[in-house]
Design a protein around this ligand. Structure first.
Ligand SMILES: Cc1cc2nc3c(=O)[nH]c(=O)nc-3n(C[C@H](O)[C@H](O)[C@H](O)COP(=O)(O)O)c2cc1C
Length: 369
């Protein structure tokens, strides 16, 4: 059920390990392939490596903030690393980052020669404002993509940022320049928190936030691209379970990439996601991965298409949890009252906002006309 084709590459499954330090060299990439990933993306390779600052990664229960920069291995060193990574097979995507089209073309052609199966252009970086600006400019992305496409025969995808005013425009520029696909999204510029005792932010500069925090934004970016541009998409952002991966596929991604979950839980998370996807496919008699892709898009309307419907909250026979008053306390219209082991909804007051159906831990409330 899980085999698929992405950018013309045959993959055993659609779950890739994203670019990051967990894929920093041949040995770690080999581990990611052995963990079952359909493909692996190298940490971004640049022409001028520089020393990382530290501390550079912080995390909490919902995700992480990092100010890690790029691969510390020079481009020439990657010949040996790719050989190690692919010693037992696997599909490897070389991630590259640079400020000019010619630099990118140079890095891409080297990686193609060393055995990379595809290229991912990482055109954003929430730490470096200049690259963040690049990610918003469709004309710059067009020139960068075109230069790389002309320099290599392997497929080229471009990793987009959510920090842009019009992600569709950037994705269209990738397509027009001959790019084979896009991936979305990179980390989102942010600050994870502040230590109140020392008055210090958890990391001493702005960084890229990842994990659960960014999944809703990532899902929206993928859906927006899928609804506006006909180009294969690799969905990234806060994926740590089969459910998350399937959500991205249903909103139009053809593959997904996992980063922070691998960093925080180890590479075994890839097998957990794959097993969960297989089990879900069997339970739901789902066909192939391509048949799942985009399944939820027809249920995603633009706001202009939304019509007023006189919904009201309806009480089902499911018993309330003991002492629970959450729907009563959170109803902003004062429409819900508690009674014995149930609740009553005043239909004249209920405005059909739907919040109580999500709040109720017992699943007692639903919306109806
Ligand atoms: C520590 C760290 C380092 C990263 N390094 C890179 C990188 O070198 N190149 C890149 O394109 N993205 C990099 N990313 C971004 C991830 O590939 C991914 O797009 C982002 O973290 C969102 O996915 P996630 O929530 O699954 O981590 C990095 C992320 C983290 C947390």
């Amino acid at each position: 059920m899980l085999t698929t084709n992405f950018l013309g590459l045959n993959l055993d499954n659609p779950v890739m390990v994203a670019a990051g330090p967990w894929n920093r060299d041949g040995a770690s990439l080999h581990e990611s392939i052995a963990a079952g990933a359909g493909a692996v993306v190298t940490e971004s390779i640049v022409s001028d490596t520089m020393l990382d600052v530290g501390p550079r990664i912080a995390c909490d229960e919902n995700g992480a903030q990092n100010i890690r920069l790029y691969s510390d291995i020079q481009i020439e060193g990657w010949e040996r690393e790719i050989e190690i990574a692919k010693a037992d097979g696997g599909v490897l995507i070389g991630s590259i980052s640079a400020h000019t089209p010619s630099e990118l073309a140079y890095l891409a052609s080297k990686l193609e020669k060393y055995g990379a199966d595809a290229i991912e252009l990482s055109v954003s970086n929430p730490m470096l404002e200049s690259l963040e600006v690049v990610a918003s400019h469709a004309d710059v992305i067009y020139e960068m993509t075109k230069a790389v496409v002309a320099a290599v025969k392997i497929p080229v995808m471009v990793k987009l940022s959510q920090n842009t005013t019009n992600i569709s425009k950037v994705a269209k520029a990738v397509k027009e320049a001959g790019g084979s696909g896009v991936s979305a999204i990179n980390t989102v510029r942010g600050i994870l928190g502040v230590d109140l005792q020392t008055a210090r932010p958890v990391l001493s500069t702005y960084g890229g936030v990842s994990g659960d925090y960014i999944r809703p934004m990532a899902l929206a970016s993928v859906a927006t691209i899928a609804q506006t541009v006909d180009i294969p998409i690799s969905g990234i952002g806060g994926i740590s379970s089969a459910k998350h991966a399937l959500e991205f596929l249903m909103l139009g991604a053809s593959t997904v990439q996992v980063g922070t979950a691998v960093m925080l839980r180890g590479k075994g998370v890839i097998r957990e996601i794959l097993d969960g996807m297989k089990a879900w496919g069997e339970e739901n008699e789902t066909g192939s991965i391509p048949s799942i892709c985009g399944r939820a898009l027809s249920n995603l309307k633009s706001f202009d298409e939304m019509r007023y419907e006189p919904f009201v909250s309806t009480v089902t026979g499911v018993p309330c949890e003991e002492h629970c008053r959450r729907c009563v306390d959170t109803c902003m219209y004062g429409a819900i009252a508690k009674a014995e082991k149930t609740v009553h909804v005043d239909r004249t007051k209920c405005m059909g906002c739907g919040l109580c159906t999500f709040i109720c831990p017992a699943g007692k409330l639903s919306l109806g006309l």
